[in-house]
Design a protein around this ligand. Structure first.
Ligand code: ZN
Length: 416
């Protein structure tokens, strides 16, 4: 176990959290005994430690969170946390999130793909219930009068090397589609960060013409993965590329494997209904072969996959290699990133089922995840390349708070 708690707290306080941030906290409780700042701090640290429920946070709080609070203050109970979250001032929480992320942007702590800043936008389910509901639940009717209450949200996350931080989240409201929430998120990101990315990566099932036009209207490019064979654009590209020769091909060697890459790449497709500008379609076929050795004699393996992508980036702006890298980087999030966020960070746990609390938890949790990742990937060189998992580090931190004889509140609270 490494003792990183003091370093974590110092790093996030000195580098990212704005001065006096705990004073920004507000909620609509009347004359609360425990200040909203204490609630924010408890949640932010609790989420950093990957605490899985308010009840656990209550127990851990009683056990060790006094070390994070100035003398005389006691940690909030689960009831107090829930009561405050339902009455949270979301504006203040988002203001804190934006202040931190503006520092991240200015300090260039987030990686690029080639010469592009790339983000992915995607929707995912948060949780569903048959017994609990709130004013923002999506109601799905099943057979036999059974009703399911569901929450979904659209996220914006960095694509590229770690840390793949989140830039924002928008819940999908009752009776609306993901695209409506995605359009709101784009508008919010623009308001918060202006040119928030050079490229947005999305799946075609999700990007509709209205979304594409809106993003282009802001001067941001799109890379869209095409999957649906029924789309006119896909049929057009298939017709044109057919059995013809690729526009480029090359071979890559890595780790005992050899990959043959073939690329078909043309501009000027106009067959996506409603999209205001012609698109470029890149078809990439990868064929991997090599010897996989698993304790026995080597065996030749051949894997083939096809990637079909539409983009507003011209050939001059971005080579097919770069488009391919963006898609590969996007897979990293799908294959491990979001899984990790849902599993270890409990993003799928419903801490309090009420519309304001759900959003407050989402924003504070994404902030905690971002700060934790920035610490690991930008501050702890010994983590990168080690075999430790994020879950283990979170465990070290929460255990260290229990056993440490030191107190840490001075890093957060300005009592001068
Ligand atoms: Zn609900």
């Amino acid at each position: 176990m490494r003792r990183w708690l003091k370093e974590y707290i110092r790093y996030i306080s000195r580098v990212f959290l704005p001065k006096g941030w705990l004073e920004w906290a507000k909620d609509r409780r009347a004359a609360p005994e425990i200040s909203p700042g204490t609630i924010w701090l408890t949640l932010l640290m609790g989420f950093s430690f990957q605490v899985g429920s308010l009840e656990e946070l209550h127990r851990r709080g009683r056990q060790s969170f006094r070390k994070l609070l100035p003398g005389g203050q006691r940690p909030p109970s689960a009831d107090t946390l829930g009561y405050s979250l339902k009455r949270a001032d979301l504006g203040g929480i988002k203001q804190l999130f934006v202040a931190v992320m503006q520092k991240v942007r200015r300090s260039r702590m987030v990686g690029w793909v080639g010469n592009l800043r790339v983000v992915a936008m995607d929707g995912t389910g948060l949780y569903s219930s048959e017994s609990r509901c709130c004013s923002q639940c999506q109601q799905v009717a099943h057979g036999g009068g059974r009703v399911e209450y569901r929450h979904e949200a659209v996220y914006c996350q960095t694509v590229g090397p770690e840390p793949r931080v989140f830039w924002g989240v928008e819940p999908v409201g009752p009776g609306e589609g993901e695209q409506t929430a995605a359009l709101r998120l784009v508008a919010w990101l623009w308001q918060a960060f202006k040119h928030f990315a050079d490229v947005v990566v999305v799946d075609a099932g999700y990007a509709k013409a209205k979304f594409i036009n809106a993003v282009r209207g802001l001067g941001i490019h799109l890379v869209i993965r095409l999957k649906d064979e029924r789309m006119h654009l896909v049929q057009d590209a298939r017709g044109l590329y057919g059995t013809g020769e690729p526009s480029a091909h090359w071979t890559e060697k890595q780790g005992g494997y050899e990959t043959q890459v073939k690329v078909w790449d043309e501009e000027g497709f106009q067959s996506w209904d409603g999209v205001e500008e012609p698109l470029r379609v890149v078809r990439i076929v990868e064929e991997r072969s090599g010897r996989k050795i698993r304790g026995g004699p080597g065996q030749a393996v051949v894997e083939q996959r096809e990637i079909l992508v539409a983009t507003t980036l011209s050939k001059q702006q971005s080579k097919a290699e770069a488009i391919r890298e963006i898609i590969h980087r996007r897979w990293e999030i799908e294959n491990s990133g979001f899984h990790e966020v849902k599993g270890n960070w409990h993003l799928e746990h419903c801490y309090v089922h009420q519309e304001v609390a759900i959003e407050a938890v989402l924003w504070l949790m994404l902030l905690a995840i971002n700060l934790f990742w920035l610490f690991l990937y930008r501050n702890r060189r010994s983590f990168v390349g080690s075999d430790y998992s994020e879950r283990e580090v979170a465990e070290w931190l929460r255990n260290e708070l229990v056993f440490s004889k030191a107190t840490f509140w001075r890093y957060f609270w300005d009592t001068s």
